[in-house]
Design a protein around this ligand. Sequence first.
Ligand code: PMP
Length: 310
Amino acid sequence: MQPLAENIWINGELTPWADAKIHVMSHALHYGTSVFEGIRVYDTPNGPCGFRLREHVRRLFDSARIYHIQLPYTEDELVAACHAVVRSEGLRSAYVRPIAFLGQCGMGVTPAPQNMNVDIAIAAFPWGAYLGEEALEKGVDACVSSWNRTAPNTTPSAAKAGGNYLSSYLIGREARVGGFGEGIALGVDGRLSEGAGENLFVVKDGRVMTPPAANSILMGITRDSVIKLAKAQGFEVVEQAMPREALYLADEIFMTGTAAEITPVRSVDGITTRAAGPGPVTRVVNAAFRGLFTGETPDAFGWLEPIGAA
Ligand code: PMP
């Protein structure tokens, strides 16, 4: 595979891509004990800016907290390290991937506290449209997955943890094998949850609806941004549980995520939304979101952090 980056920051050192290796006996490889983030840096008129970088780093610490993983850095230090990696790669726009994981801890699922060796890496590289350019413009054809999201009180959906992505993998894989662009999962109660790697929004009669925290979702930072931007545009936005058929009766559907940004959904299970692609509400919200990076939308919430400022 082609290297994505020149160097990767590992435990404080910039390490050439080819040397950025971990031991095969790492705990995370066997048991999924990693927590990670995805952060976008946008090329704005004020230079490269991290989008809600500090909130992402906070979520990394929150994910680690749930798993009793002590990160050997402060939040400020990891924010500064993200800046340093983007700068050293000379990137104006980037996807930044910090990951912390249990390394060599001895065998066994539950290492003794003194053996909880935590490694941290940060990579930054260019990354285009997650579900493809066409999906971004015309909408993705999605399906409801036969796989449910993890039940409450199993593996916590609020943690962005490596192990959770086995669920995402199954949902995404099944969708693609079936010829769909992405899979949408229900929770164990049959209510709408989220996409394999995106949060879900349904628009009906001008009302913008998204599943709440209780429906086994990751509390997406793009989701939160969209809620705030849509409200600022005058839309009614509600977090509410929805049945599966809300997808088939929707005027518009879109999915949100750092990688996916705002991706419209054109159809679900072969039933096209009334808008049959990006509808009027999706367009307005997307324009407000995109405008943050071109300067057309004022950064009213202070979400943009110039790279180099930390
Ligand atoms: N749900 C899942 C399962 C995800 O992997 C992601 C991507 N991080 C999201 C939702 C969206 O979260 P965010 O907007 O913070 O990237």
